[in-house]
Design a protein around this ligand. Sequence first.
Ligand code: NAD
Length: 488
Amino acid sequence: MTDIREDELLASVPDGLFIGGEWLAAEGGRTLVVRDPATGDVVKEIADATPADGMAALDAAVDAFPTWAATPARERAELLRRAFDLLMERKEEFALLMTIEMGKPLAEARGEVAYGAEFVRWFSEEAARISGRYGPNPEGTGRMIVSQHPVGPAFLITPWNFPLAMATRKIAPAIAAGCTVVIKPAELTPLTTLYFAKLLEDAGLPKGVVNVFTTSTSGAVSEPIIRDPRLRKLSFTGSTPVGQRLLEQAAQGVLRTSMELGGNAPFIVFDDADLDKAVDGAILAKFRNIGQACTAANRFIVHRDVVDEFARRVTDRVKQMKVGRGTEDGVTIGPLIDDRAVAKAAALVGDAVERGAQVTTGGSAIEGAGTFYAPTVVADVREGSDILREEIFGPVLAIVPFEDEDDAVRIANDTEYGLVSYVFTENLARGQRMIERLETGMMGLNAGVVSNAAAPFGGWKMSGLGREGGAEGIHEYLQTKYTLTPNP
Ligand code: NAD
């Protein structure tokens, strides 16, 4: 429940493109509509940018870059700090807006505001710590200076599943580093980024430092920007196939790139795990964000001796989940983002069942308005099933049994992805062996959620390149210069 009126909130969200500090209509007055996935209703009509609009946004970022790059770090930091404070003041508005456009339960949306805001605070602090080094070279023939410089105008592309956090995780380090940006949120959930741009304006953002365009033709508008030699950085979060296409486009200009791509997280439960902790972790790792997270556990790999007990306990928990619009009290499972997502969950469950798995609860789409799929547990999934290879991106918990540690590692690493893994064991040495053996950029050891603004978030293998957050995050937007100077 919230006291905020949805119509008033939606009316206060800008509907234009934010370019050079102005809110503008798209060329030719083109518009696109945003829907509530819980009802299918149109909630707002906003500008639909053309390639000319996209280029105007890049022009603005390029014009603003020299001044912003030369702005003292402390001033950049203070802008971010004011933005953090405003986010805290407007926490309820941002939470409700995300629930309306994306569908996640309000309690989770509040959690995302806190998480997304942390990146703004973290990078306000990191801005002042950009540093270099000075010292003699090993031969003693000269002095070496190593300095850090903003990489230049950056293009940021974000997905629909975490509308605020994906934007702040890119915008905050970019502007902390002295870069100017153009950001393109996902067409399905653009309102949160527009509302955040308005907040930045209120925090005193100089014109052109952050520019936002929304479009229904992402490829056509983005490609000329990526191919423009004035752009120096591309940061993308989304699916691996789109990331691969953008990397090809970025190759032409040898752009710096950060890629946060898909995942296929294993969640391993050993026979020496504390099953209470494992079940709690499983529910979080699977059903947070209605299963629509790149970090969502995709494959529950459970030791044969505890697999029946684990399946029984998670099934009991899932049966208690309440499905509905995220604004309703007690709802833990909102809608999936669209029809395609529902069809995908249904197809993956269908394939698993055909190959011999058993559905212990759920297992079907929910009829009526909105795009809902029942929270589901599928036990005894056979190796080779599609559900073990593809990102489910829905509330489906798939369990596959294993025999011994080597078997668990083999199944876990049998994927092209390598974003995150979860391991539940009370055996310290085994936990340490898993850190060595699992091919992922992140790991939850007896923990079902790993995300933190202070940690380097990112994947191995086809899950991506680069890191967001932590001390590493700002370096994605900095380039290094080495200078040699004679001894004094
Ligand atoms: P998507 O790849 O379809 O879209 C991501 C963004 O790219 C959207 O803004 C979309 O409009 C845009 N886009 C699509 N085609 C484009 C093109 N040709 N040119 C330029 N932009 C284009 O992904 P999605 O469905 O929005 O998000 C889900 C995916 O994102 C999942 O694979 C998930 O694992 C991944 N994801 C990864 C992380 C991470 O940090 N690794 C975080 C969240 C989501």
